[in-house]
Design a protein around this ligand. Sequence first.
Ligand SMILES: Nc1ncnc2c1ncn2[C@@H]1O[C@H](COP(=O)(O)OP(=O)(O)O)[C@@H](O)[C@H]1O
Ligand SMILES: N[C@@H](CC(=O)OP(=O)(O)O)C(=O)O
Length: 393
Amino acid sequence: MDITVQKYGGSSLATDEQVLAVARQVARAHGTGAVIVVVSARGDATDRLVAAASSISAAPDLAEVDKLLATGENAAAALLTIALRSVGVPAVSMTGPQAGLHATGRPGSGVVDRVDVTPVRDWLVRDHVVVVAGFQAAGPDGAIITLGRGGSDTSAIALAIAHGARCEIYTDVDGIRQADPRVIPAPPLLPSLDAHTMAEMAYSGARVMHSRAVELAAAHGIDFTVRHSSGRGDGTTITGDLEARVGVTAITHVSDVAQLVVRAGGSFLEIAADVLDVLAESAIPVDSVTWRDGLSCCIPESSAVDALAALPGAWLRRSVATVSLVGAGLLSRPGLTALALRAFLDTGIDAECVSCTQVRTTFLVDRATLPDAVAALYKQFGLDGDLSALATA
Ligand SMILES: Nc1ncnc2c1ncn2[C@@H]1O[C@H](COP(=O)(O)OP(=O)(O)O)[C@@H](O)[C@H]1O
Ligand SMILES: N[C@@H](CC(=O)OP(=O)(O)O)C(=O)O
């Protein structure tokens, strides 16, 4: 069976006109083969549900929060199904569990481990479009569990792998660009990208894709495209087998980072092992661990309250942000980091280099200087087409 999975993000379903436009596009695809559609919650619905839970309770039960958040995707799936039927397309909506998605892990960070294809197949063979609520699966106890912010991409990739389908991610940008188009005006589009670079970009702030979705696709060797929800342009094809380009491919950033600092007696290893253990127990992701008069590490600002509760005596250096070079062979050309530091110096931006691997170099900057920091690196690495600074690296 020739099947296409199309995923539409919340930004592409925010208004009723957008929902109807998506329905018309799905109708065209249904004319040429079987279609599974994965949807996210409309607009900022998930943020509003998170805020509602927090305003009722300072420490809401996480399993109940998952049930609450899942309603955003359920509503979007039902509404798109209503729109599809209104344009004459047979369609049915399903929650993640109904669509056969199963996950392990804790509430808020489920990891898909199994997909039962039967429930969706039963409708596809009856010529129906199946609209699946993304971002959710049946957890270990059978209750609904969410897959982490941005997790609808992972629902789409997991369904595509299980059904042997092609996968198209539709969003509010026309593909992956060399920097966030909301920060740099019209950065060039990357027509193709290897999955490892895309995963690093996702992890270091290019929220256009969920990093786990990219890793899942790479692990199963499936290609997918990221395209504008209007269907215009060819977008970016992410492949598992393209050779990574040597050098800097893109600049990414995360604006809401907190730097956690822990001072305690003991060696780096003793303190780091304890601190990372405690943070892992609270499912707090940690990056850029450094040691200078104590241990410091970067965590999402949204986890700051939990981290301080779990680590009495720790303190936060707030209002920081990270900006990263993403590419390949970055350590093989150590001059690249020096070049980045020179760009900061020349533009009066205070930055420290906090982690450096072959594929990503991350700098910590003051949040107020983030747009300038992104622009400085974007220019320095010739992503604007001027390669003169790079010639010396
Ligand atoms: N390198 C990049 N290329 C394209 N978009 C990017 C990049 N980095 C960040 N983005 C941002 O990702 C956004 C799309 O992600 P998101 O808002 O989560 O979409 P969706 O609702 O479709 O999932 C874009 O609007 C853009 O601002
Ligand atoms: N609605 C969820 C899941 C998701 O994937 O959203 P989007 O595809 O709009 O990034 C979130 O906001 O995290």
